[in-house]
Each structure stands twice: as C-alpha cells, then as structure tokens.
Design a protein around this ligand. Structure first.
Ligand code: CP
Length: 308
C-alpha cells in the first residue's frame, strides 16, 4: 500500500503503469452507461474517504464515480464539517479515519496538512490538490496528451500565465516523463525554483521566456490556468489580471504553436480572461477529454495505492 502525494516522489515506472492502466480501463468501458460497474471490482468491500477543504466539481465527482465503478463505497466529507476544522489535529484525524476507511483522498490548503495526514494514516493517502501541487490533474493531462498526440517524451509543453500549483505538477511531470517545459508569465508570478531545478536535474529542458509569442514557438501543447487560484486572496484579482493580461491564450498565440498543438486547461476556466472561448471551443482544445480522464487516471491511481 502506497501514498500518491506527488508526481516527483512517485517512481517513473509506477507513473507509466498508472497511465497504461488508466487507458486500458477507459477502453474497456467505452460506450457503457456511466454507472456500469467495471468488469473487475478491485475496490469491492473498500471504503474511501474524500475530504474537501476547498471547493471542487471534477475531483469530487470523478473520485466518487471512479470508486463506485471499481466496486467500492465513498464518504464525501467537507473539512469545515469535520472536527479537523474545529481544532482536532491532523494526526488524530488520520489515525481515526484509518480505523474506518481503506483509502483517504484529501484536497487541502497547506502541503504540510497532506504530509501529516500521510505520516499518521495507516491507509494510503492521495493528494487531491494542495496550494503547492495537483498531481492527479497532471496524470490525467499526460494521459490525454498521449491519447491524442502519442508519447510525451521529448515533446515541448508551454505554460502561459501564473506559476501556480498546477504548473508545479507539470514541472514534476517534465522530469519524470522526459518532456521539455517552458514557462511564460510575469516575473512576479514565477513558479517556485525548486521544481524547475529538480526537473532540470533529471535532464529535461526547463526554460522561462517572458515573451509568450516566442515561448509557444514549436509547442506540442499549450496550457494555462485561472489567474486567481483558490488560495489567492480576492483582493489580488485586479493586480493579477493586469499582470497576466499579456499571457492570455488566444487564437493569435495558438497560431504560433505547431498546427496540431493541443490546448489544455484543468478547469474551471474564466472564459475570455486566461483563455478565449474561441480557443477553448476550438479544434485544438482537449479540455473535456482532460476532465473525463480525471476519472480513469484516478481509478488507476487508487488501484496502484492499494495494490489491487
Ligand atoms: N481541475 C480541478 O481540480 O477541478 P475541481 O476544482 O472542480 O475539482
């Protein structure tokens, strides 16, 4: 039994087996109603806790549906409604939950909450997003890229906008899957240097290019995300919009990438802020495949964590 806390701390061969298993499970249930149980039921008799200290649509629904398709049961818990939100320690919460459930997925604010939960739980813990990373999302993104465009190894991925937690997981993935990564955004919103250095130490090209038009040249994939993340103060909205406006992904920017470059966004998107509707709904966009693949990738992650 193993935790899935981050892409950079999961062995590359495990990451590859998760992607391959996700693709196989997706293919096996093609065309079936969403509630159809999978032919294999590896989570039968398993109870999974899904804890949310932040809002969620995709993570909540895809984990819940995924557990059910694999034959398990879920408890969806809001941090505010638990004693965790009223002074009980993370360590005690982890020990107690481990007596009731077989697997814990948590979406939280601070990385330290996730780390403490994993340290004290006696069942596997999955990172459903922290202020620092979003590994389940990027596993779905790698799966989506490879479905459409073949192996991601050696390809060029460009991130335009805020160097946030989702970007961080892309940097982790660059080192593990072997793709080149370019960040384009204002210096005030640069990603944390540690993730970039770690990816570079694994032999991939990771660059920062302030000019978005130059950055996307030769890109196989262009990615952006909301300009104000869930952990950013609402008061930062106007300042961030002013800083990031030049990094909007629009048709003119996409035209500078390879003609068959994909566009991705983890969603929710703010249409016509970080990306125009023309790009979101255009021929290069795979945003809804990305959203669907959260389901398949996370099913594979849960199976890997439990060894089932
Ligand atoms: N992309 C993503 O994690 O979506 P939710 O916030 O809706 O879960």
């Amino acid at each position: 039994m193993t935790d899935f806390l981050d892409i950079n701390t999961t062995p590359p061969e495990a990451l590859r087996s998760i992607i391959d298993n996700a693709l196989a499970m997706k293919s096996a249930r093609k065309g079936q109603p969403k509630g159809t149980p999978d032919a294999e039921q590896p989570l039968a008799n398993h109870m999974v806790a899904l804890i949310f200290e932040k809002p969620s649509t995709r993570t909540r629904v895809s984990f819940d549906v995924g557990v059910r398709q694999l034959g398990g049961q879920t408890l969806v818990l809001s941090g505010a409604d638990m004693q965790l939100g009223h002074g009980e320690t993370i360590a005690d919460t982890a020990r107690v939950l481990s007596r009731y459930v077989d697997l814990i997925m948590i979406r939280t604010f601070e990385e330290q909450t996730l780390v403490e939960m994993a340290e004290h739980a006696t069942v596997p813990v999955i990172n459903g997003l922290t202020n620092r990373s979003h590994p389940c999302q990027i596993m779905a993104d790698i799966m989506t890229f490879e479905e459409h465009s073949g192996p991601i190894k050696g390809r060029k991925v460009v991130w335009s906008g805020d160097g946030n937690n989702v970007f961080n997981s892309f940097a982790h993935a660059a080192g593990q899957f072997g793709f080149d990564l370019t960040f384009t955004g204002p210096p005030t919103l640069d990603p944390e240097p540690g993730s970039l250095d770690e990816a570079r130490s694994r032999g991939v090209n990771v660059t920062i290019e302030r000019d978005p038009a130059k950055a996307v040249e030769g890109a196989d994939l262009v990615v952006t995300d909301t300009w104000v993340s869930m952990h950013d103060p609402a008061s930062a909205r106007e300042r961030r919009h002013n800083q990031l406006r030049a990094y909007q992904v629009n048709e003119a920017l996409m035209a500078r990438a390879k003609p068959d470059a994909l566009f991705m966004h983890c969603l929710p998107a703010h249409r016509d802020d970080e990306v125009t509707s023309a790009v979101m709904d255009g021929p290069n966009s795979v945003i809804f495949d990305e959203a669907e693949n959260r389901l398949h990738a996370q099913k594979a992650i849960m199976r890997w964590c439990l060894g089932v």
